[in-house]
Design a protein around this ligand. Structure first.
Ligand code: AOS
Ligand code: ZN
Ligand code: ZN
Length: 388
């Protein structure tokens, strides 16, 4: 078995935030399949998320989405989550489903539309205060479909103004993260298409504003770990939205499509201090489970992140540095690949057991009877509302 003693501290610190929408029914524009046991309320989503933490010890927080997870009493929701053994994580805003925002939200040329969008975000900040959440995540569907349709420059200026207003509403211990996406739902231009735009916008705001990197939001072939390195170097990587993609924004299980890419990303996270004590880098999942079971899908996801993190932490840094200094191209690559090819699964199973967790979280969940219980109890579960 692999010796984990040198990397134990960083491994212990690994925490992955799960999204409330992963537990609802989701699908494609062709079909949303109903699943047994689907949550009917935000409390039921939180209960499901708590199963992921219970079996893995890796998922202590649940992200909310407003308005999908709107409730009357957020302080009560916070207590509910705490009783279930989890915290409320990132609050995600939504300006992509109301007719008001058909032609844009924070970037719109009409001040009245921008006002509504800013107010929505300020309401999200109030929810963060009531729930104890530290992060506001902004992903915008803003963009256009045809060249000439709108003034891209005006929209960038409007975005800067809108973000500044939202930023001013944050408390000292709250942050905002701005997510980028190169296309969809807009297909000609997106107002925050890339990390450079997100960086430029958040850099103008201050320390409490950072970039959110969704792994599925890049063109095929993009060297994502380079972006991770650069943003960590600049102190501006706030969070990840982890998922896998084959073609577009597929939102499949992280590490399923390309485990090696996840490994490469995690090596840069380690290199950039993302798992060091005091790091404020937040690791989140942004996934939907269209055809697979949802709670096991989330358990698999956090385990995939843990496995690739352990491998990344096992890179022999001394040997790597020596090979690099000697310009030993193949030697350096071999050190790197040795870590990637290390099967850490048996070691992590033992590591879990030593912490009072099940050696096999997937099996433990299957044996727990939770799924049978919710299948029997819950009728008419909610659609995740949107699946991306
Ligand atoms: C959209 O493509 C983005 O990935 C968003 O991060 C996210 O899926 C949405 O905001 C759900 O809240
Ligand atoms: Zn995302
Ligand atoms: Zn996405």
């Amino acid at each position: 078995m692999t010796d984990l003693s040198a990397i134990e501290k960083q491994l212990d610190r690994l925490a992955i935030e799960v999204p409330s929408w992963a537990y609802g029914n989701s699908g494609t524009r062709f079909k949303v399949f109903a699943t047994e046991g689907t949550p009917r309320t935000v409390e039921e989503k939180i209960s499901d998320a708590a199963q992921v933490n219970k079996t893995t010890g890796l998922a202590p927080a649940v992200a909310l989405h407003i308005p999908w997870d709107k409730v009357d009493d957020y302080a009560a929701l916070r207590r509910f989550a705490a009783d279930a053994g989890v915290e409320i994580g990132t609050v995600n805003s939504n300006t992509f489903q109301a007719d008001t925002y058909k032609f844009g939200s924070l970037t719109h040329h009409d001040p009245a539309v921008r006002r509504a969008a800013v107010e929505h975000h300020l309401e999200c900040v109030e929810i963060m205060t009531a729930t104890g959440s530290k992060d506001l995540k902004i992903w915008l569907a803003d963009g256009t479909n045809y060249p000439g349709q709108q003034d891209m420059r005006q929209r960038q200026d409007a975005l800067a103004e809108s973000l500044a207003e939202i930023y001013a509403g944050l408390a000292d211990d709250q942050r905002m993260v701005l997510e980028y996406k190169f296309f969809e739902p807009a297909f000609y231009h997106t107002d925050v298409p890339d990390w450079g735009t997100s960086y430029a916008q958040v850099a103008a705001l201050g320390d409490k504003a950072k970039v959110c990197l969704d792994t599925g939001h890049h063109a095929p072939g993009t060297n994502i770990e380079f972006i991770v390195m650069q943003l960590l170097r600049l102190g501006k990587l706030g969070s990840f939205d982890f998922n896998s993609r084959f073609y577009a924004d597929d939102d499949l299980i992280v590490g399923a499509a390309d485990p090696f890419q996840l490994f490469r990303i995690m090596t840069e996270v380690v290199r950039g201090g993302g798992l060091d004590e005091g790091s404020d880098l937040s690791l989140m999942l942004d996934q939907c489970h269209n055809v697979e079971e949802k709670i096991p899908g989330q358990i698999r996801s956090v385990l995939n992140v843990q496995e690739m993190t352990a491998r990344a932490l096992l890179v022999d840094q001394e040997a790597l540095a020596a090979a690099r200094t000697a310009n030993d191209v193949l030697g350096a690559n071999e050190v790197f690949m040795d870590a990637f090819y290390t099967d850490v699964r048996p070691t992590l199973a033992a590591w879990r057991e030593s912490r009072g967790l099940p050696a096999d979280p997937m099996a433990a969940y299957a044996a727990s009877g939770y799924q049978q219980k919710i299948n029997a109890e819950r009728q008419g579960g909610q659609q995740a509302s949107w699946g991306a």
